[in-house]
Design a protein around this ligand. Structure first.
Ligand code: ADP
Ligand code: LRH
Length: 498
């Protein structure tokens, strides 16, 4: 039988890409081709930070057009995944109201306490199983309600970012399950919107649509778009539309128990479980239970991730330094080891004006050597991330009672080989890095499961394992890293490690 081709759009917080996957079922091989890549730069207008949603829609159409131009005329389906928690609001007649806010917008800076006062922190966790991050959709909605109530009064339907873009492509409104779980409004036990919660927050009933399971066909390109791009209509599938859900699908693990790190703008570290873990300990450590595809649960924690490097780079770019990620990694490699550490998850790093200065401030406040050069700052970030990975990996093990012999890493961050090596050394375990396009691959294979080409998740992971290289990193200098970890923990506890 001839290979099957499907198209994935994977939108990260830093860039988006269109990737065609080809499945050769007989050979048990997948190949991918990147068709289109585009920056996803947020836009600040007045006091608020927004996503450039119409530009993203434009880029999706460009991706479809280029797919055709490259000669792929046999695309069997397409799907979108993106970062979580953000949404657009639609009016009664289905038009977008306003520009979706970026989750780093400061409108949610004090929103959590206000929601806790109404709902109760423990109760909210017991219901949703979601970690408290100030930008979860629930807190964004509470902030909008307080600041800009007219917007919500006019809103008929809320669609998460991939739901919204899919609606623009198909004209159909649906909510997808994995991404719905990131709102903190879905009940982790009943898997339905929590009516009591919506009432307590005075959010209009009907605003949220009942989620469809990941892997559901939810329409096809509209006639208008087909005419515009001169393509035949393509069926659209709701995959695990939360990019992290798709990344976890692509972890090339053959075992049921594995630890993963999805490494991009964010670092998401944890494991897959059958059921949500809603214990007191999970609440105290602020672990999240996000919905996975096919009835799986993702037990993990958000770690600030390569955002720290991205923001330093952006600052230095503005100063005309023009250092690539690869150049920064080189400078970090040359800098002196174990000079100073940060807790990457301190609130001060969520969205500061000037990231390098913020890192220096943290080091000064915690009486450490203040890193000066770009290399010193980058080294401080990368060592601190590796230590934070160890910290969260050990917490994960305590919650599940499973010992993980190594850590799978997927995502763009594995191109930073120094970080992969640091992670092996800091955790004292092997690191297995690959594939780099984790979310896009997870997106592709769920389409093939939906189309009937792949039997299930286990088979999909095997296929990915057989198709893409995995690079192994072995721990080095155990004593040096162990001693430095003790210092990292001391420093971070001084700033109340989160
Ligand atoms: P997202 O999907 O969240 O937008 P990606 O998974 O695409 O993020 O990862 C992007 C990150 O990968 C960059 O911020 C950068 O830190 C890292 N990266 C990309 N290319 C390289 C490279 N050549 N060397 C080192 N790091 C890189
Ligand atoms: C990663 C991610 C993560 C969310 C964050 C908002 O791209 O989806 O899982 O917590 O973005």
């Amino acid at each position: 039988s001839k290979p099957s081709s499907v198209l994935a759009f994977d939108l990260g917080a830093s860039s988006g890409r269109a990737i065609v996957g080809r499945l050769d079922s007989e050979a048990g091989q997948v190949t991918i081709e990147e068709i289109h890549r585009f920056p996803n730069d947020p836009v600040k207008v007045g006091d608020h930070l927004h996503w450039d949603i119409l530009r993203l829609f434009h880029e999706l159409k460009q991706g479809i057009l280029q797919t055709k131009q490259l000669g792929y005329t046999d695309i069997e389906s397409l799907a979108i995944d993106s970062w979580a928690v953000d949404f657009g609001l639609l009016s009664k007649n289905g038009e977008l109201l306003g520009n979706p806010y970026h989750y780093r917008d400061h409108q949610t800076d004090h929103a959590m306490e206000k929601v806790f006062a109404k709902v109760g922190r423990e109760k909210l966790y017991a219901k949703t199983g979601l970690q408290f991050l100030q930008f979860n959709s629930i807190f964004q909605l509470a902030a909008i309600k307080e600041r800009n109530p007219e917007l919500l009064e006019r809103a008929e339907t809320l669609l998460m970012i991939p739901d919204l873009l899919r609606y623009f492509l198909t004209g159909e409104k649906h909510s997808e399950f994995t991404n719905a779980t990131t709102t903190q409004l879905l009940n982790a036990t009943t898997k339905a919107w929590d009516a009591e919660l919506l009432e307590q927050l005075d959010l209009p009933a009907g605003l949220l649509l009942n989620p469809v399971p990941s892997g559901t066909r939810v329409g096809a390109l509209t006639a208008d778009i087909c005419a515009d791009l001169d393509v035949a209509s393509i069926p659209v599938i709701a995959v695990g539309e939360h990019d992290t859900a798709s990344a976890v699908v692509a972890v090339p693990a053959l075992d049921d128990h594995f630890a993963f790190l999805s490494c991009g703008t964010w670092s998401l570290l944890g494991t897959e479980t059958k059921e949500p873990v809603l214990t007191e300990q999970a609440l105290a450590w602020n672990f999240t239970n996000e919905g996975g595809v096919y009835g799986t649960n993702r037990l993990l924690k958000n770690i600030m991730g390569l955002w720290l490097i991205q923001e330093c780079k952006r600052t230095w770019d503005k100063e005309g330094k023009n250092l690539s990620f690869a150049a920064l990694v080189k400078l970090a490699e040359q800098a002196k080891p174990f000079q100073s550490f940060i807790d990457p998850d301190d609130d001060m790093f969520l969205n500061p004006q000037h990231m390098p200065k913020q890192i220096q401030q943290y080091c000064r406040d915690t009486q450490q050597v203040v890193p000066q050069s770009e290399g010193e700052i980058a080294r401080c970030i990368l060592e601190s991330l590796a230590f934070k990975y160890r910290f969260v990996l050990e917490w994960t093990e305590q919650l599940t009672g499973v010992t993980y012999p190594g850590l799978h890493i997927v995502g763009g961050g594995i191109q930073n080989e120094l970080l992969c090596q640091f992670t092996a050394s800091a955790t004292g375990r092997e690191v297995w890095a690959g594939p780099v396009e984790g979310s896009a691959l997870g997106n592709l294979v769920v389409q093939w499961i939906a189309l009937g080409y792949i039997a299930n998740l286990r088979e999909a992971r095997k296929l990915i394992r057989n198709s893409f290289p995995v690079k192994t990193y072995i721990p080095e200098d155990a004593a040096g890293w162990q001693a430095a970890y003790a210092t990292f923990c001391q420093v971070a506890s001084r700033s109340r490690m989160k």
